[in-house]
Write a protein that binds this ligand. Structure first.
Ligand SMILES: Nc1ncnc2c1ncn2[C@@H]1O[C@H](COP(=O)(O)OP(=O)(O)OP(=O)(O)O)[C@@H](O)[C@H]1O
Length: 272
């Protein structure tokens, strides 16, 4: 389905991603881990062509993604929606309009200028917000929402594109642990219920273990681990993070034990 063959990205002398090769043959949830500067963002950005690979080939269902130009490239980018650590919403715009922005690529300049959205799209946007537990915030300005709620708006905007793949670049890095769990669970649900592929750069091992079916570990631009979360032992984590024997998983962890109080808070947050 999704295949990378020797994909490399160099910035002058600096090789951000070095000959990355892997195949994902069915929709699943994949976590990409590695220390800062390992090449995780560059890898994701090459997948949806925000950044062009220097060499190598990316294919999806036989389509040569690396060769796409113009309209075909834009179509691919809408099938391959991206969410970011900082949400990238329009802060002063209401939530539902932010979500409707997910349809921009298939609307005319005229309807975009005058904010004309078909009723059908508006209903779909509300349904998606409902599904993510934030429909009651639809009329509010995006900036009035908490970080976790804003990230769910960004996920809703991505879903408006009806993408085959959701790429999430550190989606929970700016969130407190409880909001982080709500956002990760939303991504997991989207994968399980819709059969979409989710590829997320994650900065904690426990998040990768808890939510992902497969984990790719990067170090200095190279893929040094590609396996199931069960195989992500402390020693393989040490190799990925380039740490010595003093390496403690706790330094990459923000896990909260799912005790009763947390579970209750999760239900409250989801209902907000
Ligand atoms: N636009 C750019 N121009 C020059 N160098 C870049 C550019 N983007 C990334 N790099 C370099 O490529 C390498 C990989 O960066 P990348 O952002 O992909 O890493 P990362 O694993 O996502 O790190 P972080 O978790 O800090 O975002 C780094 O050395 C970075 O400085």
């Amino acid at each position: 389905m999704l295949k990378l063959a020797n994909v490399t990205k160099s910035y002058g002398e600096n090789i951000a991603v070095h000959s990355a090769s892997f195949a994902i043959d069915k929709p699943m949830m994949v976590g990409v881990i590695g220390r800062s500067g390992a090449g995780k963002s560059t890898l994701l950005r090459m997948l949806n062509r925000l950044t062009d690979a220097t060499s190598g080939e990316i294919t999806f269902d036989g389509l040569n993604v690396t060769a796409l130009r113009g309209t075909a490239k834009r179509q691919w980018q809408s099938q391959c929606a991206m969410i970011f650590q900082q949400f990238n919403l329009v802060p002063r715009m209401d939530v539902v309009s932010n979500v409707l922005h997910g349809t921009l690529n298939r609307r005319s300049t005229f309807s975009t200028m005058f904010n004309l959205y078909p009723d059908e799209d508006i209903h779909r946007a509300i349904d998606i917000l409902e599904r993510l537990g934030i429909a009651q915030h639809a009329p509010k300005r995006a900036e009035a929402l908490s970080g976790g709620q804003q990230q769910r708006v960004a996920i809703a905007r991505a879903l408006m594109q009806d993408p085959k793949i959701i790429l999430a670049d550190e989606p929970i890095a700016s969130l407190d642990p409880m909001n982080a769990q709500v956002v990760m669970q939303s991504l997991r649900d989207i994968h399980e219920q819709d059969g979409r592929m989710v590829i997320a750069n994650l900065h904690t091992l426990d998040t990768a273990r808890r939510y992902c079916d497969r984990v790719i570990g990067m170090r200095d631009g190279a893929i040094v681990f590609d396996d199931t979360p069960e195989m992500l032992t402390t020693s393989s984590a040490r190799e990925i993070y380039g740490a010595d024997a003093s390496f403690s998983e706790a330094t990459t962890s923000t896990q909260i034990e799912p005790d009763e109080t947390v579970q209750r808070r999760l239900v409250d947050i989801a209902a907000q």
